[in-house]
Design a protein around this ligand. Sequence first.
Ligand code: ADP
Length: 259
Amino acid sequence: MFRRQGSAAGTLEGGPSGGADALSLDGVTRTYRRGGPAALEPLRLTLPRGRFLAVMGPSGSGKSTLLQCAAGLDRPSAGTVRIGGVDLGSLKEAALTRLRRERVGFVFQAHNLVPSLSVAENVALPLLLGGEPDEGRVSLGLAEVGLGGRGDDRPTELSGGQQQRVAIARALVTRPEVVFADEPTGALDPVTAHGVLALLRQAVDQDGHTVVMVTHDPAAAAWADEALFLADGHVVTRLLQPDSAQVHAIMRNLGRPTA
Ligand code: ADP
């Protein structure tokens, strides 16, 4: 097992952040219907660089809402989200789109690779969209996820776990402030999942990346530095250096199936 504690200082290059936290949420709420219940109660959360956070909770507890607001995919009803010190609420749509492309990485359960592009082209996509293709960075990224020789292959020639590794390389290629991973191991068998989680852990420990991972799996959460548990839109508890037995017990106490 990898060392759990993330490095204190990140080593990300560039970006607008200076010494700012990778992610901070202050008083963030989300209500979908006027007068309706809050999907997210006022939430305060600060993640320095080089941290790995797992977000857990029963279905409907607000995990996706939190992730979408924190990643700039949705606008909170109130409160402030900062990525690398930049207040997302101050950005117009075009600037927000650019920030998402350049400063945020995404890994989903379904890896969303483009089947008609090669593995290397998939990884290069965020750089191409930003107008700065960099073959060296793509090769390095593929080597880091253990797929150094597979750049010319099509995604369909790779196993599910390898495809998720490509998705991770793609998420990291811009050296983002934060990587948001939504059930990244949800479609993988335990052994393959282990490899993918080790890779995320490595990105945090070796390269100072910051990862926010939504998961229902206590074994996955045990790779994080901290697990945050939501129920009905609020934080029930937080666990530092979580282990899967503790996480299991808390989820059981929350009393509803996870999803
Ligand atoms: P989780 O990811 O933990 O399953 P969600 O964040 O998806 O939870 O949902 C939290 C609450 O917000 C739920 O009650 C859900 O029904 C509601 N909700 C989520 N998205 C929407 C939406 N687009 N419109 C209205 N209600 C929503």
